[in-house]
Design a protein. Structure first.
Lengths: 138, 61
């Protein structure tokens, strides 16, 4: 008998990352290089909102993939592991950003945190904690 | 929660996982008492071993 059941939810999530999220990131990078590096765009007004929305699309897509995976995962233990890792991601992200916000308030010389990097921080912490959990319960 | 999964099963963790339609990791976590299964999964285990939930799991309190 097969040693590991491939979770259909996980397979679908991996497919969604591969065929939706990653192409969106690539498209974003290409558009960014084309617009800001070669054409030196300085978007203002509604165009700035549109640029910000397009730049955020891969992140929206990733959150959607994460949510769909949680909704579709039938293996309750894997579901629990993912939720635990997300809680670590949320906890660390909130702690770090709150600390840095306070630091910016009290020490104006400190460099300002780029808010768009917050989701990256969350995803990194969640990914690392998921790896640790998987190793712990291997 | 303590359990008698290791005693009851004649199969490997992987075989039991396949029968329960969960990952081997899940079976290992339940068997070692690191994770308490939900009622539906506990009932599934009980049906698989043709016993009751109480015969498989014992409350430590």
């Amino acid at each position: 008998m097969e040693s590991r059941i491939s979770s259909p939810a996980r397979n679908r999530a991996e497919d969604r990352v591969l065929f939706i999220v990653i192409p969106l990131f690539v498209l974003d990078a290409i558009l960014g290089i084309w617009g800001f590096h070669y054409h030196h765009l300085h978007p203002t007004g509604l165009f700035a909102y549109l640029c910000a929305f397009i730049a955020t699309l891969p992140c929206f897509a990733y959150i959607l993939v994460y949510g769909l995976y949680l909704a579709e995962e039938k293996d309750e233990f894997q579901h629990w592991l993912t939720v635990q890792s997300m809680l670590w991601g949320i906890g660390v992200t909130l702690s770090v950003t709150t600390f840095w916000g306070m630091l910016e308030k009290y020490d104006p010389t400190v460099s300002r945190m780029d808010i768009s990097s917050v989701q990256f921080l969350f995803l990194c912490v969640a990914a690392v904690s998921l790896l640790v959990y998987r190793w712990r319960y291997r | 929660m303590k359990n008698r999964l290791k005693v009851l099963r004649d199969w490997s963790q992987a075989d039991l996982a396949a029968r329960l339609e969960v990952s081997r990791q899940s079976v290992n976590a339940i068997e070692t008492g690191k994770y308490d299964p939900s009622l539906p999964l506990a009932f599934k285990l009980a049906r698989l071993f043709e016993s009751t939930i109480e015969e498989i799991f014992t409350d430590e309190n």
